[in-house]
Ligand binder design. Structure first.
Ligand SMILES: NC(=O)c1ccc[n+]([C@@H]2O[C@H](COP(=O)([O-])OP(=O)(O)OC[C@H]3O[C@@H](n4cnc5c(N)ncnc54)[C@H](OP(=O)(O)O)[C@@H]3O)[C@@H](O)[C@H]2O)c1
Length: 277
């Protein structure tokens, strides 16, 4: 069965999500989308989805928005100011329990089991979910391939060279669309109660990324090691890569997708086509 068909199977489940991450649209059959700025949900118009206003910082808005919701997809908040997300998620969970939500699916992060650094908010949220009494599914998303590919593609086009401070260590990443489809499969399927999924894509290295870019762009692309500071904004992630934090893949993502997770070369091709070659 294709993932898209999986997404179509159930027709009776409300959904809390935010706009813009479902590729061609949200899974068919989902009835409610909650957005802080409903004006930005034009892509949902005409798809049978009721858009309600809800703000993680405004508990009263959630009381209204969550009415009748049975299954909740809680997308982790985007304000990374220390402490903010945990409070926001607590508010959503408290209001969800009060509104009679039965099950929460949470977009957690890779490494949440350790609760260090960037994954501390996810660890705290997972703990709150466990204590909430709701049944749950935890989607521990790896990093998006798009961030690495977009940066490297721009470098390769400009200079024929990509840079990293990964020392050739492997990392697993996944396409954002694959992660969204995996979430859709969980929301549409059954048997996911109290499951934790480690959503990891295929492993790759920066030298392999340079080779893949060369094939897609049909021009030589080399890879050079630099310091973290010279590696740009991704340099803050590379110490974790060197420490092996992303060096394991796993079967959960491809199992939920019903096909292998998208590989690096296909991601590059999609990007290069969008960017005009
Ligand atoms: N795994 C990875 O590699 C990766 C990469 C990027 C992000 N993430 C995570 O994914 C999550 C979403 O990030 P993103 O990049 O998709 O963010 P984004 O593109 O900035 O979108 C954020 C969305 O959240 C909405 N929002 C923000 N604060 C809200 C609130 N208080 N209540 C309700 N809605 C609110 C925004 O609404 P408005 O339209 O009103 O602003 C917007 O629609 C974050 O937890 C982020 O850490 C993971």
């Amino acid at each position: 069965m294709e993932p898209r068909d999986l997404l179509r199977r159930r027709r009776d489940r409300p959904l809390l999500t935010r706009p813009g991450r479902w590729g061609r649209g949200p899974p068919a059959g989902f009835r409610v989308a909650i957005a802080r700025t409903p004006d930005k949900t034009a892509d949902l118009t005409g798809r049978g989805v009721e858009v309600r206003r809800g703000d993680y910082d405004d508990a009263a808005s959630l009381d209204t928005a969550l009415k009748g919701v049975d299954l909740l997809l809680l997308v982790s908040g985007s304000d990374l100011t220390p402490g903010v997300r945990v409070v926001q998620h607590r508010t959503v969970l408290e209001r969800a329990v009060r509104a009679g939500v039965r099950h929460v699916v949470y977009t957690s992060g890779i490494g949440a089991e350790n609760g260090q650094g960037f994954s501390a908010d996810h660890a705290a949220t997972e703990e709150m979910i466990g204590e909430s009494g709701l049944t749950y599914t935890l989607l521990r998303n790896t990093f998006y391939s798009e961030a690495f590919v977009a940066t490297a593609l721009a470098q390769a086009k400009e200079t024929g060279e990509i840079v990293s401070s990964t020392e050739g260590r492997p990392l697993n990443t996944a396409r954002l669309r694959d992660l969204a489809l995996a979430a859709g499969a969980v929301l549409s399927g059954s048997g996911h109660d109290n499951a934790i999924y480690e959503l990891r894509g295929p492993l790759w290295t920066y030298p392999e990324l340079a080779e893949a870019l060369a094939r897609v762009l049909r021009r030589p692309v080399t890879c050079r090691e630099v310091t973290d500071a010279e590696a740009g904004w991704l340099g803050s992630l590379f110490p974790m890569v060197r420490a092996g934090a992303f060096a394991q893949t796993g079967p959960d993502l491809s199992r939920l997708l019903g096909r292998p997770a998208t590989g690096l070369e296909d991601t590059i091709t999609a990007f290069a086509e969008r960017a005009g070659g």
